[in-house]
Design a protein around this ligand. Structure first.
Ligand code: ZN
Length: 414
């Protein structure tokens, strides 16, 4: 089955295309062409004016196991450790612990989907997440190795930095770790430790990097290693954000992530807006919207070594797509300044996973492939893959009351 999706604009995101649509072969989930309409499609989705399609957003850092609310342990702290101690001794952590891991993953997956995210990097050991990854309504990156972070008091995920990094290189996977998330003596030696293990390479994806010095950044740039920033989480825990201008000046590949909602923001859309604002406050300069869109599409695809699958709208890649409402004539700004109701539709492998209910005719054509339900999200009627309302009610049963989760603003009638 071939579908043709035609918005007003396509953001590839390197180029802005007008008068073109996206041909998708649904059996393979891949884009077969990006061109003018020439017929030869089984389903046509003409999205009309004021719509822009971008590649499905990649959230470069989340911990789906921590998909709960509210935040705990506000800083400023000297390192992540006092925050982690406060989290684990908190009432809300006890409440969260009543929910089986799979359901926390489901909450996290829907949090991401309704903010236009189609691929998530879940920084959690394989033994925790491997049985859930295929059952979620978003893509979760499954091929990676990891460490928790690089210090003597880290949480000992995986088989140690040296072995995990070597495994990443052998398999052409990313090696993912938190780095210098804090300002104590050990945190600030993160890059030196990585180097001593031979683990600072172009396979290395490092999260936070708050204490990175100019010398560290030069080494990262030279190695072709990748950085991920989570500004809301950083500000909550440390009352500062990373030295992003210094990162960009060295042409380091930088991506944006959310962290979990127990330290970070509601979703990647809030993170994008916060990044824009915080950058201006820190540097008295504008961070352009194009850079921010790259930080959630092609940059993370490169960092996580999945650029032949997702992150761009291009023949041969998966048709993971998000349709945004186009505001004015700035497609990049339309993404950065968007909120829930600016997302018209989300597709994964060419299949609609989420959208306004006025696209019902489109969803009906896919009802033999995936199951849908209705949900009122942020006040508007939606069609969404799976039984979101059922999942939320199950969560309520586990915790014993109608838990409010602002990252999933669903209205459920009594
Ligand atoms: Zn994290």
């Amino acid at each position: 089955m071939v579908i043709f999706i035609k918005p007003e604009l396509i953001l590839t995101p390197g180029e802005i295309l007008e008068n073109k649509g996206i041909y998708v072969e649904v059996d393979t989930g891949r884009i077969i062409d990006v061109k003018e309409y020439v017929g030869k499609s089984d389903i046509n989705i003409f999205l009309g004016p004021n719509t822009v399609v971008i590649p499905g957003i990649i959230n470069a850092h989340d911990h789906l196991l921590g998909s709960y609310w509210p935040r705990v342990g506000e800083g400023p702290h000297i390192s992540w450790k006092p925050w982690d101690d406060m989290l684990k001794s908190s009432e809300v952590y006890k409440e969260r612990s009543k929910i089986p891991n799979f359901y926390l993953y489901v909450l996290g997956a829907y949090k991401n989907l309704i903010s236009g995210v189609t691929t998530v990097s879940d920084h959690i050991p394989h033994k925790v997440n491997q049985e859930f990854i295929d059952k979620l309504p978003v893509r979760v990156i499954s091929e990676y190795t990891l460490a928790h972070e690089v210090s003597s008091y880290d949480l000992k995920w995986g088989d140690g930095v040296e072995i995990e990094h070597k495994r990443a290189v052998q398999n052409n996977w990313p090696f993912i770790t938190h780095i210098e998330e804090g300002f104590d003596e050990e945190s600030m030696k993160g890059i030196d430790y990585l180097e001593s293990y031979g683990a600072l390479t172009d396979h290395t994806v490092m999260i936070h990097g708050l204490a990175l010095s100019d010398e560290d950044l030069d080494k990262i740039s030279k190695a072709g290693a990748h950085l991920v920033t989570c500004p809301i989480s950083n500000y909550f825990m440390f009352k500062r954000i990373a030295r992003l201008k210094e990162w960009f000046e060295r042409n380091i590949n930088v991506s944006l992530g959310t962290d979990s909602p127990m330290s970070g923001g509601m979703n990647i859309l809030e993170e994008a807006k916060y990044l824009k604002m915080a950058y201006k406050v820190k540097y008295f300069q504008d961070l352009d919207n194009r850079t921010i869109v790259y930080m959630v599409t092609k940059n993370p695809a490169k960092a996580f070594r999945i650029q032949n699958k997702v992150g761009r709208i291009e023949k041969g890649l998966f048709a993971d797509l998000v349709v945004f409402r186009l505001k004015g004539n700035d497609p990049f700004g339309s993404v950065v300044y968007s909120w829930f109701n600016d997302i018209e539709m989300v597709f994964i492998r060419g299949i609609p996973y989420y959208g306004f209910s006025y696209y019902k005719e489109v969803f009906d054509k896919f009802s033999g492939i995936v199951d849908y339900s209705k949900a009122i999200i942020d006040g508007k009627e939606r069609i969404i893959v799976g039984d979101l309302e059922g999942y939320v009610k199950t969560i309520w049963n586990f915790v014993g009351f109608k838990k409010h989760l602002p990252f999933l603003p669903i209205f459920i009638k009594d």
